[in-house]
Design a protein around this ligand. Structure first.
Ligand code: RB5
Length: 139
């Protein structure tokens, strides 16, 4: 499974640390300079949609100050189910129930260790399907 990671300036330091821990494609930003989070969300979501068209499974990780802007931006794109997650239980539930394919995180709201834990759970939890698939079909 491919992983795309992107952040704005607020998430840049955490993203740099995560790039040392996971095999993932860096979709920017590439410095501490201020950028607009919708541009980064667009890059990640476009790549995921390209993978969907080619039957490749991929997910995205988007980090901004709160995670809110990234989640709003990502959910504008077709085929994207982006979940803003602040704790381990929601990381698990959004995979099991929502089949979320993008994770939004708030670097200014929590610790790096919490974010790392959320990512590990998100990556390693499977969608349950069944009644949850019916609900996703209605989104
Ligand atoms: C940037 O200052 C901040 O607005 C952004 O990182 C994010 O929190 C927006 O939702």
């Amino acid at each position: 499974m491919k992983i795309y990671i992107g952040s704005d300036h607020a998430g840049y330091v955490f993203k740099k640390q995560l790039l040392n821990m996971y095999t993932c494609e860096d979709c920017g930003c590439f410095s501490n300079n201020s950028v607009d989070y919708p541009d980064i969300a667009k890059t990640v979501c476009t790549k995921i949609n390209h993978d969907i068209d080619n039957n490749v499974k991929s997910i995205g990780i988007l980090i901004c100050g709160t995670g809110i802007g990234m989640s709003i931006a990502a959910n504008k794109y077709d085929n994207i189910r982006c979940a803003l997650v602040y704790n381990n239980e929601c990381a698990s539930l959004t995979r099991k129930h929502n089949d979320a394919n993008v994770l939004a995180l708030g670097a200014r709201m929590t610790t790096f260790d919490n974010i790392k834990s959320i990512i590990d759970i998100f990556i390693n939890t499977e969608f349950e399907g069944g009644r949850h698939q019916n609900r996703i079909n209605k989104l």
